[in-house]
Ligand binder design. Sequence first.
Ligand SMILES: [Zn+2]
Length: 569
Amino acid sequence: MNIRATVWMRRAIIGVAAVSSPLFSRFAAAKEPAKAFERPKLAVVVVFDQFRSDYLTRWRDLYGTDGLRRLMHDGAWFQNCHYPYATTVTAAGHASIHTGCSPNTHGIVGNSWYDRGMKRSITSVYSPLHRRVPARGSRASAAPIRLLAPTLADALKTATGGKARVVSLSFKDRSAVLPGGKKPDACYWFDASTGEFVTSTYYQADPHPWVREFNASRAVDRWFGKTWDRLRGDVKYERFSGPDNVANEWTGYGQGRTFPHPMGKPARKPGRQYYDAMMNSPFGNELLLELVKRAVVAEKLGSRDVPDLLCVSFSSNDLVGHAWGPDSQEVMDTTLRTDLIVRDLLAFLDKQVGKGRYVLAMTADHGVCPMPEISRMKGKDARRYDLRRIRRDVEKQLRAAIPSKKPLVEAVSGVDVYLNQRELKSRGVESRRAERLLAGFLKKQPGILTAYTRTQLMGRIPETDKLGRQVQRSFFPARSGDVTVVVKPYCLLGWRDTGTTHGSPHEYDTHVPLLFFGAGIPAGIHKQAVTPLAVATVLARRLGIKPPAKANAGIPAGLFPAEKRPAGR
Ligand SMILES: [Zn+2]
């Protein structure tokens, strides 16, 4: 065992003792009075899209000491962090992390939902009023117009009279737009049709010079024609994950099921397929990290008299996870490379902003369901169910109960089913009756664990119905369906027969890492139940500002044990 590992073990033991024994914490507090810490110059929120809590421990022995393990050793590590709501998807996750509240408050119920007025599905950041920047065609672009709660970024802007600088970057539009709040100074995401980072006219008319230069450098094309192979030639991946070739893995964008994965071939020059493949490989994260470094330098983040905020969301983990599944060698390899991303980011911030002068939170927007084929090998009743067939079947049953020539199911979006309210009205059928019938039929469908009606979700759900409470926290009346279904554990509802997904209230989707690190964060391991919504409140506390107005997550008990609250508050 090396010295570092011994120190780590001792820290872990102290960490556990400090939270489990009041005697010990009193002793520790007496011996080490609360140290004054410098107000951080910069807060950083790092999200890895689709990163399950067990990834931290599953491959820990393969991580270096300066990346994820540095956060685990020197930071506050919350090992029992779960999303409190049911629809565990990217947009809901990012909105919740940054506002400190659930979708029933901030309104971002999914990546997209059915808009009854427009009679179609819209994304969480879709804005018909804004265009892509730099300009290209007349397609609508993205803006935070559907986010109904302020983010940490908004709270910081308010507290500093607009002086704090906010930068939000990701590959996905929703993962940059939602964290950035109403008035970020820079908000960029990736356009896979051109390989450029873009923003929208909601933010500004022209890209920042540092983004223009980055796009012009074509750093994005660096991996074209190369292959993605395993990072560690000295490690037998199969021992730590599973076999490389598993039935029902997806083949990506001409990438195949097994290593090495070609990048962009057989095209002669970089184009759509290559940019998609790049995002669907760990290289997407590497590219984003380069842009992040440029942003910190160009915007001089962490160098002035008020603190700044940097929001980064790395998307490639999610795409790789969807394609090959959490037990694949591809996800293992992407996670080992994620460790290097964290190492490089921390080393860069140490140099650029200064050790102990920034505070950082690391979490994920959701976990992921194992591939049903893998779960079945472990004896679980895991299957893929065709959502289109289920829709056809319940429509038939519903029309047998309520005679109608027109469809009674108007739309299905994710786990939400929307009834044709107009038709019900013209037939004189009460909506709540149709809801009840529909939920009853849905509950009997294969692959569906249970279903909740709008009427139920608008009312009181007993505390004993944990699942119902989770579904209720994902429910927003003007956007959610009339019936919401919950998929059976380890099963997938969809129409694809490859890869896997997330979005359920089950443990594998809700359990994510939560780590705080840096200025004013005592090292320790915490076992109590917390949610990622704590990111907004904890960082606000460290920045010395009020939390975002609708945040309802408290400061986790035991995080700041030595801090005395001023009397009378
Ligand atoms: Zn995803």
